[in-house]
Design a protein around this ligand. Structure first.
Ligand code: F6R
Length: 240
């Protein structure tokens, strides 16, 4: 595992974008799995700018979901679907056939999980995953105590995630469950990049990087990944 510490969010985002761009240049058919949230927001803006300037071409990449709030429609501004659509798929003009997200409104979520696992398997696995870290150490919606040996699954969101998740929504929204790729997908991805910035992430990043490797802090399993990079800014690295 490689750890890179950058001056601030801007510098971090530039390096993260550069890493993604390099990856896609050498793997133009890559299967990509991108987190939503504040950590990667600027990174996505930068890769979109690079693509619009014809410095990189994402048109042959496929995109898989990382996670979604159960019961929240894709039109809701707080949904992961809406975030990806607005920040990545629309500006990059990704064809619908190359986008594979969970239907979190389905009345058969187990089937949604099966379909996603099968699709990822058929595509030969995820080539590049870009993840953030929750305040409770989650990756995707793999909450503390999750199983390490699990593919897609439905989870009961813990209190921290239910509370922090409100930041994505215009009005108070009940967030009880999530649907997510599992830690097994994460560990089997060919490359993974984890982003964290801001002083509010310093405590959890200390546990992720210096604490015990344990599903009590799901993001700590990145240290078992064979090709992983943690990119954080100085504020998030303050307690290391
Ligand atoms: C979102 C996701 C979450 C976030 C995490 C950090 O798709 O998978 O695990 O990555 O909650 O969110 P931010 O970056 O907003 O602090």
């Amino acid at each position: 595992m490689q750890l890179s510490i950058y001056k601030d969010y801007e510098e971090l985002s530039h390096y993260a974008a550069a890493a993604i761009i390099d990856f896609v240049k050498t793997n133009p058919l890559a299967v990509l799995c991108f987190a939503t949230g504040d950590s990667p927001r600027l990174t996505y803006k930068l890769i979109v700018e690079a693509a619009q300037a014809k410095k990189v071409d994402f048109s042959k990449c496929s995109f898989t979901a990382l996670d979604e709030w159960v019961g929240i429609s894709p039109e809701n501004e707080g949904s992961c679907h809406h975030f990806l659509e607005t920040n990545i798929f629309k500006p990059l003009q990704i064809e619908a056939a190359n986008i594979h997200l969970f239907d979190a409104l389905s009345d058969d979520l187990a089937n949604e999980c099966r379909k996603m696992d099968q699709l990822i398997q058929e595509k030969g696995g995820i080539d590049l995953m870009l993840v953030g870290v929750g305040m409770n150490g989650h990756i995707g919606f793999n909450e503390p105590g999750t199983l390490i040996d699990q593919y897609s699954h439905v989870v009961n969101l813990d209190d921290t995630t239910q509370k922090v998740g409100q930041k994505y929504f215009k009005e108070a929204t009940q967030l009880k469950q999530g649907i997510t790729l599992g830690l097994k997908h994460f560990l089997q991805s060919k490359k993974t990049i984890m982003l964290a910035s801001d002083s509010k992430k310093a405590g959890i990043m200390k546990q992720v990087i210096k604490g015990e490797i344990s599903t009590a802090v799901p993001a700590s399993v990145i240290r078992m990944h064979l090709n992983a990079e943690i990119m954080i800014d100085e504020e998030a690295a303050a307690l290391l």
